[in-house]
Design a protein around this ligand. Structure first.
Ligand code: ATP
Ligand code: MG
Ligand code: MG
Ligand code: MG
Length: 564
């Protein structure tokens, strides 16, 4: 399809000669210098025409990948009524990042930082039967988070563009399938955007399942520090520094699900230890060597802790404030059961203060343990904690780990039925006509952060080096002459390219060639066609590839064919 030539003389892309003082990262500097973004206030940016063209391409790649796995695009309001956040219980838990405002009737609204509540509310009265499931809905929209430290330009804004998707399934198996599809889509999204990215298990790279994965674009500017291995193992900073550790002794380092006859049920464990809520609860807590509970997994509403708990124990119960006694310990604690040698336990870094401990949690007929009944296992000291660093042997294959930093461009979560659907009464009728809460998944991509990550990965000393797929324009035609026949020929070439459907900028400005070269390098269009009298005398123009710097004389009559 034919496109229109954009004349550089008219393009609203105010460039800066010097690096702006406020910017630290290459992406932030270059986007300001190349006239892509301008700051409105802290964490708030306008996307100027060049950035907006790239953003739209990134969005379209994202759309295409979402549509390909059967997700359906829609759009919900950015404002969300506070009542929905109360229903889910997140109004308090979300904290000051949640931007609130009141309407003229004093009703409170939140500027959506993410939309689980809105989408759960949407489907709860509409999706009625398992026969209608699964359903995945998504939107691309501005999100708002009052970040403590908005910084690095588009990297961490207070208003930013996100793709957020929500899936509703009848079973865990169905959720798992949607999740697998999403993982494929996310990997392709990163690749098509020109990003070298790693899927990193969000809590720990080591413990079996992967109920949450972050897509980390490798870049020195990233906030996360990562280790990874060619065998597929990858872990982030948090996992590497706080996930833990391992007892001395045998064991392969993986969590073991062990049949524990005689003490194999929650009921039996509860009875054994004489806990009051006999058999009624599936809890997770840590106890000391004397069997005294020392810490419960952090109470509250922290998704990651839930996921960690779920991953470790399959069956878990996240403690609420009411269930803790005045010292912060769990009243109805069930345990202890031992940890087998070699087991790794994910926990919050605050738990590292305690010395020896064992850990309890179970599911019917199994413990994730090899040492029942028991207080017979302790981790001797937190000094034994394993933090995986670059160069350490990979926990999966033993090869030396690689290390680097990453930018979180997206994240996929298996949420399950408890967190939103059950709390908000979002149910469907299963095969037996019983009402069940939806198994939910949620899946975010930072569209505007992706743009910043692309620039981090694709730039050099002269400016941005756009991958073709997301470049604001594919080609710039640079007229060396300010007027005359050669200038007219350059204009004609630009028109021919546009007619052939190639997105083209025509640098028609009355500037010296040096200025034009510098600006075109800065803006980073993948191909430059340099048109001047001297070349035209031989019937050629110069084609420069921005990424490689290679230059080639191409017959002026062949450029459309070459670039199409
Ligand atoms: P971060 O760890 O960087 O704070 P997050 O884990 O809080 O991000 P999610 O809730 O997973 O973010 O949101 C989905 C995606 O939205 C993230 O993977 C990221 O790409 C993007 N994102 C999150 N916060 C911001 C922000 N303040 N500015 C730009 N993009 C963001
Ligand atoms: Mg955040
Ligand atoms: Mg994060
Ligand atoms: Mg995240």
């Amino acid at each position: 399809m034919a496109t229109r030539v954009m004349k550089m003389s008219a393009l609203y892309a105010p460039t800066l000669k010097e690096d702006p003082a406020e910017a630290e990262l290459a992406s932030h500097k270059l986007m300001l210098r190349a006239g892509l973004i301008r700051k409105v206030a802290s964490g708030l940016y306008s996307y100027l025409p060049l950035a907006w063209r790239s953003i739209r391409k990134i969005e379209d790649i994202c759309r295409d990948e979402m549509d390909a796995i059967g997700a359906q695009e829609m759009l919900a309001p950015i404002l969300t009524p506070a009542e929905l956040w109360e229903e889910s219980g997140r109004i308090g838990a979300y904290g000051p990042e949640l931007m609130r405002l009141e309407d003229r009737h004093d009703r409170t609204f939140c500027l959506g930082p993410t939309h689980e509540e809105t989408f759960t509310d949407l489907v709860r009265n509409e999706l009625k039967s398992y026969k209608q499931l699964p359903v995945t809905l998504y939107q691309i929209q501005d999100k708002f988070r009052d970040e403590l430290r908005p910084r690095f330009g588009l990297m961490r804004g207070r208003e930013f563009i996100m793709k957020d998707a929500y899936s509703f399934s009848a079973t865990q198996e169905s959720l798992q399938e949607v999740y697998e599809d999403m993982k494929g889509a996310y990997a392709r999204y990163c690749e098509r955007c020109g990003l070298k990215a790693l899927p990193v298990a969000a809590d720990s790279g080591e413990i079996g399942g992967d109920s949450s994965i972050e897509y980390m674009a490798l870049a020195d500017a990233g906030e996360a520090s990562l280790v990874w291995c060619d065998c597929g193992f990858a872990a982030d900073d948090e996992a590497a520094s706080t996930t833990v550790a391992v007892s001395e002794g045998p064991g392969d380092g993986t969590l073991q699900k062990v049949s524990t006859p005689g003490l194999g049920t929650i009921e039996a464990v509860a009875e054994f230890f004489g806990f009051p809520e006999n058999g009624t609860r599936k809890s997770l807590a840590l106890i000391d060597g004397e069997g005294n509970p020392v810490v419960a997994i952090v109470p509250g509403d922290h998704e990651l802790n839930e996921i960690k708990a779920a991953k470790l124990f399959g069956d878990y119960h996240l403690m609420t404030e009411e269930e803790l006694d005045e010292t912060g310990l769990h009243k109805g604690f069930i345990g202890p059961v031992g940890l087998p040698a070699g087991v790794r336990l994910v926990c919050d870094s605050s738990l590292q203060a305690s010395k020896s401990w064992t850990c309890g949690a179970n599911e019917v007929d199994y413990h994730y343990t090899g040492a029942c009944p028991g207080r017979d296992f302790t981790v001797d000291a937190w000094e034994d904690l394993v933090t995986v660093k670059e160069g350490d042997p990979c926990p999966h294959c033993g090869a030396p780990l690689k290390g680097g930093r990453g930018i979180e461009c997206g994240q996929v979560f298996q949420i399950g039925p408890d967190k939103y659907a059950a709390k908000m009464g979002a149910t469907f009728a299963d095969e037996n006509g019983r009402e069940q809460p939806f198994y939910m998944g949620c899946y975010g991509i930072g569209i505007s952060r992706t743009l910043a990550a692309i620039v981090e990965q694709h730039h050099d000393d002269h400016g941005i080096v756009w991958p073709v797929s997301v470049a604001p324009y594919e080609v710039s035609v640079i007229a060396l002459d300010k007027k005359g026949e050669a200038f007219d020929r350059a204009a004609a070439i630009a028109e021919e390219l546009a007619a052939a459907g190639i997105e083209v900028v025509f640098d028609d400005r009355a500037e010296r060639p040096g200025v034009k070269f510098a600006d075109n390098d800065l803006m980073g269009f993948p191909y430059q066609l340099i048109v001047g009298k001297r070349g035209l005398a031989n019937g050629t123009v110069e084609l420069k590839c921005r990424a490689t710097g290679e230059r080639e004389d191409v017959p002026a009559d062949d450029v459309v064919e070459r670039l199409a």
